[in-house]
Ligand binder design. Sequence first.
Ligand code: NAD
Ligand code: IPM
Ligand code: MN
Length: 363
Amino acid sequence: MKKRIAVLPGDGIGKEVVKGAIEVLQAVGERFGHQFHFSYGKIGGSAFDAAGTPLPDETLELCKESDAVMLGAVGGPKWDRQPPHLRPEKGLLKIRKELNLYANLRPTQYYSSLSDTSPLKNEVIEGVDMLMVRELTGGLYFGKPSERTQQNGEDAVVDTLFYQKEEMRRVIKLAFELARSRRAKVTSVDKANVLESSRMWREVAEDIAKQYPDVALEHMLVDNAAMQMIKNPKQFDVVVTENMFGDILSDEASVLTGSLGMLPSASISENGPYLYEPIHGSAPDIQGKNAANPIAMILSAAMMLRLSFGMEEEAEAVENAVNQVLEAGYRTRDIVSFGKKVVTTTEMIEEVKATLLDNEAIL
Ligand code: NAD
Ligand code: IPM
Ligand code: MN
């Protein structure tokens, strides 16, 4: 099969981990007889430096013409003082909006090989299998006005949390659909004791639940959810929540796997193309040190194989290769523990590739 993939490395470690996903996909192509065609586009701070905007039109065009998009990460201190519309993050928000990527799927799973890496006890995390469904194109991130203002002669500021009911409906419905092929439980996370938007969210969830009598719905307030996720994460199956709550809770959830560098994501729309990115950022503290964990990006590529190309066997081959490399004790610095082999980003990529191409290893 021939597939066109738009590759947007972005900034910082984004560039370093994207290389890993591409090499792993090339190995998949070699092994399974597919042709992946990669075209590169700029986004974020590096796009600003080259073209004066964090999302050039040609990048957007390239994405629209492609079968799927892979993105590393954007941002960094170099661009933190820019006006809001020129910030690297604005490029990411704009591409999500332009491609209508209304839902961001962030799966968290337990890796027995990393049980000693998580700060949580093994008995707490063993068997965790949770899918966060984060609303991605609404809420506080996109509401207008969002600006500095004045009140009674004093400096003031406003950000707006706005949702149309339909924006809530489509993402919550998706969560119920996904729960059907999992453990049939949806936890809808909100702040309905305070926010009107959350009260509407709850009504919509109740309404949709009527169409899914086979799926259990529970509501949980976001502050409690943050605590429950650490105390008893196994209770969660599908978690569906508003944009900003999902952003925060998914970084928290990544600790259940062992590291932020382990969590992939898929952003999906009604008609494609979908976008695949790790949940982590550009990690300025480790950029250029060949120390980043490329696994979140590699697992995002596996999600792409499964969700955009229907290549289930290939996706599993990548996931199995990652598991085997972890079981063999290879560790980037973020997931290192006593007695394991510390490897660089490029060495980790080589190990995954070699395992993928080794017939014996993934049978
Ligand atoms: P971050 O996710 O970049 O890093 C948080 C911590 O996790 C750092 O200590 C970092 O070293 C570590 N880390 C992250 N990914 C890692 C990996 N793959 N391997 C090993 N360690 C990893 O978050 P931050 O420091 O708050 O933000 C830095 C910049 O990234 C900001 O400009 C922010 O806006 C941006 N950001 C972008 C995205 C994205 O593009 N999707 C996501 C989050 C943050
Ligand atoms: C993420 C990031 C982004 C977000 C930022 C960089 C805009 O934190 O993808 O999780 O908040 O959505
Ligand atoms: Mn985030």
